[in-house]
Design a protein around this ligand. Sequence first.
Ligand SMILES: C[S@@+](CC[C@H](N)C(=O)[O-])C[C@H]1O[C@@H](n2cnc3c(N)ncnc32)[C@H](O)[C@@H]1O
Length: 256
Amino acid sequence: MNNYNNTTMFRDVSSCNTYDYGNSLYWDARYIQESGSFDWYQRYSALRPFVRRFVPTSSRVLMVGCGNAVISEDMVKDGYEEIMNVDISTVAIDMMRGKHAHIPQLKYMQMDVRDMSFFQDDSFGSVIDKGTLDSLMCGTEAIISASRMLGEVSRLLKPGGVYMLITYGDPHVRMPYINRSVYNWKIELYIIPRPGFEGSAVASIKSCLEPIPLSEDGLIPPDFVLQDPDCHFIYICRKNEEPANIASHPLAGDKL
Ligand SMILES: C[S@@+](CC[C@H](N)C(=O)[O-])C[C@H]1O[C@@H](n2cnc3c(N)ncnc32)[C@H](O)[C@@H]1O
């Protein structure tokens, strides 16, 4: 078990040094080599309690950076009615569109999440991101890319809708990007152990479904005990029903 204050917790870009996750050419090349399927971080079976709690089966879902993951297919099997999957990789989108041509609930479009102007404002009830913001954070213009993507996600969400971000980034490295008044989100944090984690006291699903108490600046309190140092973080960003109250400049009050 690790104390949250341990510096090993400040994980963000280490894997970026090895792989070019921020580059669309990297992803095309990877998907040409891997014609099967692969779910990053977590499978639907582990995420299901969160997805079912925060994403209504009837909501129109946007899966940003779908890759060749199985999660969308599993969600349809579980009753989800419409999932729009987008990815920057033409290879991934063509492959997934062909594979799922017989599933009308699954739609696919090649798209850069930094510019989703194809869709109108408030088009989706839910947005799911498993590893895509993380990829953008590895790119050369990480800060600009992240803010473009998150601005688009906020624009596309209906009031009351949820952006579910599944990431390896802890609040020190993710909150400065997502916790901005311009997005108009109320954020809750959940923690889920990585698959196969066999710590002495593996958290039950019930305890995982308890939000982590956050300090005023959106961080995990220093005395919080983290069972799995390589856990994944689930940020539930719910768009407020009321429009953002931005005083003068759209970035007023933000720390970035
Ligand atoms: C870490 S993988 C995650 C894939 C999938 N969501 C999963 O859970 O297995 C990141 C995905 O984001 C896609 N991606 C990276 N940059 C993107 C961008 N600017 N716009 C859309 N998709 C992007 C990549 O092609 C890749 O499929």
